[in-house]
Design a protein around this ligand. Structure first.
Ligand SMILES: CC(C)(COP(=O)(O)OP(=O)(O)OC[C@H]1O[C@@H](n2cnc3c(N)ncnc32)[C@H](O)[C@@H]1OP(=O)(O)O)[C@@H](O)C(=O)NCCC(=O)NCCS
Length: 171
């Protein structure tokens, strides 16, 4: 049902617009992924442009599409840039469009990004997520180690502060 592809170059307009829609859908659905509601299209566009500029150098971006080429999900890897941290990367912005949730795509995207990490010689993944959300359970099921939580670290899109949980996984 879904194809997961590695974005290596500038994406098509369809994919680019789909990524914008995906981010807006998540934020307006209440996900704490770095933005407040209402998320303007231009803000979401600027975010993806920033991310896409790093693709191929310091960032790996996977996009899941449907058979109709609709963007259904995405996940990213921010590669360690410090001399002593090239073996590690941060998993960022695991997003599945609300239309396609609970179909196993989040799990598949995480599996795919781990393969990309291993292929690049990455041996340590870190990530964080808001406490108590579905993603926290997903990461635990995928073998990520819960380091602990930081109270009031980030807010939901409605501005309400909440704890963030830090995870790592050795590959
Ligand atoms: C977190 C998110 C990526 C999960 O994506 P998904 O495709 O729905 O996840 P999956 O279908 O692979 O399900 C993963 C697990 O979560 C469980 N799950 C998914 N939706 C659930 C729900 N609404 N209630 C309870 N459990 C749920 C599934 O049962 C599954 O567990 P299992 O594999 O043991 O059966 C998705 O909910 C999302 O995009 N949320 C908004 C953005 C976000 O919070 N991202 C995380 C940033 S760190």
């Amino acid at each position: 049902m879904f194809t997961i592809q590695l974005l290596a170059t500038t994406p098509s307009t369809t994919i680019h617009n789909g990524l914008i829609d995906l981010l807006i859908d998540s934020v307006e659905g209440g996900a704490s992924v770095g933005f407040l509601s209402p998320l303007k299209r231009e803000t979401a566009n600027a975010f993806w442009q920033d991310m896409l500029r790093e693709v191929g150098s310091s960032r790996v971006l996977l996009v899941a599409t449907t058979e109709q080429s609709e963007v259904a999900g995405s996940v990213q890897l921010a590669l360690g840039q410090k001399e002593n941290g090239r073996h590690r990367a941060e998993v960022q912005k695991l997003l599945v469009h609300s239309r396609y949730r609970n179909l196993g795509l989040g799990r598949r995207l995480m599996g795919a990004i781990e393969i990309e990490a291993r292929q690049r010689g990455i041996t340590l993944l870190v990530l964080d997520t808001i406490e108590g959300e579905i993603a926290e359970q997903l990461y635990l099921k995928l073998g990520y180690v819960r380091v602990g939580e930081i109270p009031n670290y980030a807010s939901f899109p409605n501005g309400r502060l909440w704890a963030t949980v830090i995870f790592y996984k050795e590959l």
